[in-house]
Design a protein around this ligand. Structure first.
Ligand code: 13P
Length: 255
């Protein structure tokens, strides 16, 4: 049985001092976690986060990286820079980046491949908007995002990838997908990966749910057959709430 991977996406929140305070509060609360715990923090918090989590069970991720190794790309950060800091994971293609910063399936693919080449584990985000869901295009959008966004990612590389299904309409809105909505969308996504990489690889792939996941709804979502974890925004900024999500599966504390 898979454990769960619970990742916090702090987005553009927490100064360095605030990040240190949050991590110091969080670390003892999740020290005995049965699940994998990741915090994806702003670039300016990465160094502190890596130092503070050294020797603990909490892993550190960034929230984006560029696809080139170096060069004239003002404002961008190369995967190797993250790797050298001790960062293990990187969120790629979050819907906020797709919406506000021109991210496309093509740039998602490029960033994912660059992250993998540098030895980082990408957390690749996909998901439909409300309009797409309401017009019956959810499956079409997810199919495009997986087909284009993983075009020449190899089966071997896929083993280091986490996918996060984040319906855009559920992000930061307080509207969570129901357990069944999230599970059935993730089943559909898993089938797309099975068609491309085979059933064993698709079954082994971790697919998280993200979108208004919190300490009240996490247990139900994480108990679903295909939901392998969560990518948590707002609730990851409060140590007690994030720790409660980490501990909400398995509900009896055992695996
Ligand atoms: P919220 O948990 O704040 O809805 O954010 C979800 C998300 O976008 C995680 O990447």
């Amino acid at each position: 049985m898979k454990n769960k991977i619970i990742a916090g996406n702090w987005k553009m929140n927490k100064t360095r001092a605030e990040a240190e305070a949050l991590l110091k509060e969080l670390l003892p609360l999740v020290a005995d976690a049965a699940n994998t715990v990741i915090v994806c923090v702003p670039y300016t918090d990465l160094y502190s986060a890596v130092e503070l989590t050294r020797g603990t069970n909490v892993h550190v991720g960034a929230q984006n990286c560029h696809w080139k190794e170096s060069g004239a790309f003002t404002g961008e950060i190369a995967p190797s820079m993250l790797k050298e800091l001790g960062v293990e994971y990187v969120v790629i293609g979050h819907s906020e980046r797709r919406t506000y910063f021109g991210e496309t399936d093509g740039t998602v693919l490029a960033r994912t491949k660059a992250a993998l080449a540098a030895g980082l584990k990408p957390i690749v985000c996909i998901g439909e908007t409300l309009a797409e869901r309401q017009s019956g295009r959810m499956e079409e959008v997810l199919t495009r995002q997986v087909t284009e966004g993983f075009k020449d990612v190899t089966a071997e590389q896929l083993a280091d990838v986490i996918v996060a299904y984040e319906p855009v309409w559920a992000i930061g809105t307080g509207v969570t997908a129901t357990d069944e909505q999230a599970n059935s969308a993730i089943k559909f996504v898993r089938k797309l990966f099975a068609d491309k990489y085979g059933k064993a690889a698709a079954d082994a792939l971790y697919i998280q749910y993200g979108g208004s996941m919190n300490d009240a709804n996490a247990a139900g979502l994480l108990a679903m057959s295909d939901i392998d974890g969560g990518l948590i925004g707002g609730a990851s900024l409060v140590a007690a709430k994030f720790a409660a999500i980490v501990h909400s599966y398995p509900s009896d504390g055992k695996r």
